[in-house]
Every structure is written in C-alpha cells, then in structure tokens.
Design a protein around this ligand. Structure first.
Ligand code: HEM
Length: 470
C-alpha cells in the first residue's frame, strides 16, 4: 500500500503557544487511521496544520509524495485533502447572514449562509443542466437512478415535478391517506426496541405505501444497500461487480412489479403512478421510484427517531401529545391525523433542529442577482441546512410551529419555493401515524442523557435507550 499522507516531526500552535510538536504519522492508501487523545491534546491542531488552516511551524507534511506544508489551504483542498470539522462546526465563523465563496482552484463554490438568499435561490425552478453538486451528486444518484432526483434541465424537471406532485399530493390530505395510515399502524404494531427495528418497520410501511404491500420484502434490504453504496463512492468502487448485480436485480424486480398485469389492483403510489404516468415513459417512471423508497428508510426513519427521542426528553410535551392523540380518536386507521397539530409540530421542530436531509446543491445557469448578491453563471451553490438552524435556541420548542404563521426566521427542512419537497405532507402523515402507534400502543420512550437543554449541536448517534412508560 502506498503512502498517502506522511507527517514528520510536525509542529504547530497559536500565538506564543506551541500546541503540538514532534508529531509523526503515516496514512497509507485504503487505511483508516484514528488520532486518539483527550480534549486539548492537539488532535484538531494537527488536522488544521495538515490542511493549511493553521501554518505548520516545523517539520513537514507530505500528501501523495509531495510536500504540502507551506501551501495555502485552497491549494491543499484542490489536491484533494480537506478538513471536515465535527458536528455543526462547519464554517464556525459564518453567521446566518453571510455567504461564503470558496475558491477551490478548479471551481468556485458559493456556500449560502443567509436565509434570504437561500429562499430567493430555491424559489426559482431549476434551469438548464441542473442543480447537482456537479459530478458528486450526478454520479452518486445516477448510479441508483439517473433521474430519481431533480437532476435535469428545465422542461424535464417540470414534467417530472408535475408527475411527482400528481402522485404525492403535497399540501392536501392524500386520497389514499386511510390506506397509508392502516399500513403504517400495521407495520408498527410489532414491538420495537432498537433503531434497526424502527428502520425495518419504516421499510414495511414503504412497501405498503409505494407497492400496496405487493412487493418482495427483499426490496427493502436492496434499496438500503444501494443507497449505502450511493453515499460511499469508495465502497462502490471496491464492490463494483456485486453492486452492479444488486442494482440489476433491484430494477428487474421493479420492472416486474410495474408490468404485472394487475400491478395496479392494490391502492398504492405505484397504482397512481401507473394511472397518471402518461407524461413519462416507463423507464423514467421506474427511475422515480427508488427516490420514494429510500426517503422512507433513510430520511423518514431519521426523522422518526429524532422526534421520538425529543418527545421522550420533554415529559410535559409528551403528556400533551398523548392527550392530543387520545382526543383524536381510536388508532384504528380511520383517524386522519388532521387533529394532531402538536404531534406534527414536534416532527417539524425535530427536522428543524436535526435536519434529516442536510444539504442541497444547485448550479447557477445564468448570471443572477438575488437578494443583493451577484451569482455568476456556472457557480456551484451549496445550501448547508445546519447553518440555517444554528442560530436557534438549543431547546425543543414545537409550540413555535403551532402559531398561525411560521416565524419568519425559521427554516423549513422540507424547503419552500420551487424546490420544496413534494412528499412533505405524505411523509408527515406516515411519521405521525408511526409515532402514535409507538407512543400510545407501545408506550415507547427513547431516552438519551445528552438530550438535555441546551441540546447538543448534533443528534447523538449513540447512547439511545428504548424503554416503556405508561
Ligand atoms: C423526512 C423525510 C423527507 C425530507 C426531510 C425531505 C426533504 C426534501 C428536500 C430538502 C428536497 C429538495 C431536494 C433538492 O431539490 O435538492 C426534497 C425533494 C424531493 N422529495 Fe423529499 N423529503 C423527505 C421525504 C420524501 C418522501 C417520503 C418522498 C416521496 C414519497 C419525497 C419526495 C421527494 C421528491 C420527488 C423530491 C424532488 C422534487 C423535485 O423534483 O423538485 N420526499 N425532499
């Protein structure tokens, strides 16, 4: 294995303070190296010195055989090495009013920090050659389904958007809502005691909602594996032949479901797609479906876990939610969850504090002047959702979403404008039904010692305990 990164007697510090000295280490291709030490031991200083955020005062740093200490951080990033700070500390100096242009040598990237600018950008329908983070998003999503997301030009996007809105029915109670509630309650009837089991229950819900329950259960595992590969280009490269076989098997199953004579007999999103899909050809339709699927097992499960944990961490709110659910009627599938505004506010607040989707990308198609900022054509634009939420108080406060108008400073993780999520109403309905089942029927609480006020910057990935409480 060749050496990728080598530190030799590195020294770095701040002002008069020498924070680290004599650090030597080597990272070889394909290797994961952990730097372990107590708070203040100099881990971050070492990393900052590697990426040029802090000048090295002594020793040397080599990347792919070439010396990089002494280069500026932009030059170091352009060589392919960057520092990813933990939690939400990305760009700690960027306030919610600022926008940052990162000059990465080959391209310029606009990191949007102001809500006003973000809103102005998102309000516009995408224009030619799309909105991807360039090759990153294109290749990752393209691997799963070339057209599954909004990576397309004007006219294609409009057609697909109209189709998605026709099937997902944003902003109104879905015509299949009673069916979706029934299948969610059924999927969440099995007692759960881990995040994995919650994800599996959301997978069963997805099979009901998307396929009317008539699809092999194996599709849930397949979509998760494929999405895992989408998120990891390295894993994808390493497992290329078997990933290819998996993808082929997945699409074969989808095509078979689609073309089965009575594919549409059972009410489902697929049936609606079947009936309303005239504007799209079969291949295009099949390529939309994976996105519907992986948002359930991915983002929607994350949202569910976070909401459950936050409700459990706030006993007064939990008691109010339980009262609201009792008053909404029996959980028998007939209840439409329209009368559960507090539970809905809990979901939105959880998504706001800990967004399940953390960023979105665009490319400026033309010279734009939005919210007083000039954006040249071809500029890549990144909206990092945690930036929009960081100024909020660190406490779980669903009530602020119950006021008639959403507070002006608040940022909706489902987005607004032309780019808003068309699955918002549907997935909130599913999450509310799942939460009702977990909180009322299973009397579940999901506790974490870290979810105390002020809340941590990032949702705790560990130390979640499932329990039952009447
Ligand atoms: C917690 C769950 C979810 C969150 C937080 C979420 C959030 C988002 C966001 C932020 C976007 C905009 C992405 C972009 O343009 O870059 C988006 C787009 C989209 N979402 Fe969701 N979503 C969720 C669940 C779902 C579900 C369950 C479905 C379908 C069943 C869905 C369907 C879509 C579609 C089709 C688009 C693309 C819209 C377009 O073509 O412009 N989403 N979603």
């Amino acid at each position: 294995m060749s050496t990728l990164l080598r530190l030799d007697e590195l020294e770095a510090g701040y002002g008069d303070l020498t924070a680290v000295s004599g650090v030597s280490l080597e990272v070889r291709q394909g290797e994961a190296v952990a730097l372990i030490g107590s708070n203040g031991a100099g881990k971050t200083t070492t990393l900052r010195a590697i990426t040029g955020l802090l000048p090295a005062r002594g020793g040397r740093v080599e990347f792919e055989g070439a010396r990089i200490d002494g280069l500026g951080s932009a030059q170091i990033v352009a060589r392919g090495i960057a520092h990813v700070p933990e939690g939400r500390q990305l760009f700690p100096t960027l306030t919610v009013r600022e926008n940052l242009v990162l000059n990465l040598g080959v391209k310029k990237l606009l990191l949007v920090g102001s809500r006003e600018l973000s809103r102005a950008i998102l309000a516009e329908a995408p224009a030619i050659s799309g909105l991807s983070a360039g090759s990153l998003k294109r290749s990752a999503v393209g691997f799963l389904a070339t057209r599954a997301l909004t990576i397309s030009d004007d006219e294609d996007w409009r057609r697909r958007r109209a189709f998605n809105e026709g099937v997902l029915e944003p902003d109104r109670t879905h015509e299949l809502a009673p069916k979706f509630i029934r299948c969610t309650l059924e999927a969440f009837a099995t007692p759960v005691s881990s995040v994995t089991e919650l994800r599996a229950a959301m997978g069963r819900t997805m099979l009901g909602v998307v396929f009317g329950g008539k699809a092999p259960a194996q599709l849930v595992g397949d979509i998760e594996k494929l999405f895992g590969l989408v998120q990891s280009p390295i894993k994808r490269a390493l497992t290329a032949p078997c990933a290819h076989r998996l993808r082929e098997r997945f699409y074969r199953t989808l095509r078979a479901r689609w073309s089965e004579e009575n594919a549409g007999a059972e009410p489902s999103l697929l049936l609606m797609a079947y009936r309303r899909g005239a504007a799209l050809d079969g291949t295009e339709l099949i390529e939309q479906i994976p996105h519907w699927m992986f948002t359930f097992t991915g983002s929607a499960t994350d949202l569910l876990v976070r909401t459950l944990a936050l409700i459990s961490s706030a006993p007064v709110i939990r008691a109010r939610v339980l009262t609201e659910l009792r008053e909404a009627g029996p959980l028998d599938g007939a209840c439409d969850f329209a009368a559960t505004p507090l539970l809905e506010a809990c979901c939105i607040e959880a998504a706001h504090l800990y967004p399940p989707v953390t960023r979105t990308f665009h490319r400026a198609a033309r010279d734009m002047n939005l919210a007083g900022v000039r954006i040249p054509p071809d500029m890549e634009i990144v909206h990092l959702f945690p930036l929009f939420t960081s100024s909020e108080p660190g406490r779980f406060d669903p009530d602020r979403w119950m006021q008639s108008a959403v507070p002006g400073s608040s940022f909706d993780p489902f987005l607004g404008g032309a780019r808003r999520c068309p699955g918002r109403t549907l997935i909130l309905l599913v999450c509310k039904a799942a939460l009702a089942s977990l909180l009322v029927r299973q009397q579940l609480v999901l506790e974490s010692s870290q979810l105390r006020s002020p809340l941590p910057q990032a949702f705790p990935g560990r130390g979640l305990h499932f329990g039952r409480e009447p």
